[in-house]
Design a protein around this ligand. Sequence first.
Ligand SMILES: C[S@@+](CC[C@H](N)C(=O)[O-])C[C@H]1O[C@@H](n2cnc3c(N)ncnc32)[C@H](O)[C@@H]1O
Length: 222
Amino acid sequence: MNRYTAEHFAGDTLHDRIARAVCEAECLPRKEFHEAWESAKRIRRQMRGGEVWELAAGHGLLSAILLILDDSSPSATCIDIKRPPSQERVLAALQNHWPRLQGRIGFEESRLEEAQVPTGSLIASVHACGELTDRVLDLAIRQRTRVAVLPCCHDLRRCDTGALAPWMDGPLAVDATRAARLQHAGFRVQTALIPAEITPKNRLLLGWPETPARISEPQTRT
Ligand SMILES: C[S@@+](CC[C@H](N)C(=O)[O-])C[C@H]1O[C@@H](n2cnc3c(N)ncnc32)[C@H](O)[C@@H]1O
């Protein structure tokens, strides 16, 4: 997305206004904008408020859109082992148009497995590759926080297929098992899809901690 492609987003909708700001940053492919927008929109229909913790954040656009869509979240913390240059550029461009974002979105270069996420937060993660999505769910289960993940790069050797692989395609078996895992851990679960033309890895899994876990969690593989 760049100054030349901004003309594709000429409308007065929030979608187009955010897209034009991202075009000014001139560092993201269009797909990444659409993934973040479509995920954030669906998350905010269901989950309001709370500190946002975006894990495996990369450019961190999801955090910014989550705060733009719901100003009742005080802050967002992006965590990734490496802060890409795009994160600063995207955030600067968005802050020019939404000054209320200033000072509210932080970035920590660290492993998400070690994140100190307070209870009451909202954990969100778009395309944490393979098993990394399971580490995001580990954290949400441990901290009893709301969680929203859009998994990708399903690793059928390392991720749990719940013995469902003969019945359905392997990546679907992994995500179905993730949903069941959250339910067994005492979470209410909802599922949604973002448009498949944006990404084939389009399953959004949402969870809210409700009750104590029904069974103790098995030891996670490391
Ligand atoms: C496919 S990218 C997704 C980035 C971003 N969420 C997006 O939608 O474009 C996966 C990200 O996970 C990060 N990552 C890999 N291992 C990690 C870990 N253990 N803790 C935190 N981030 C990690 C990578 O640096 C990379 O930015």
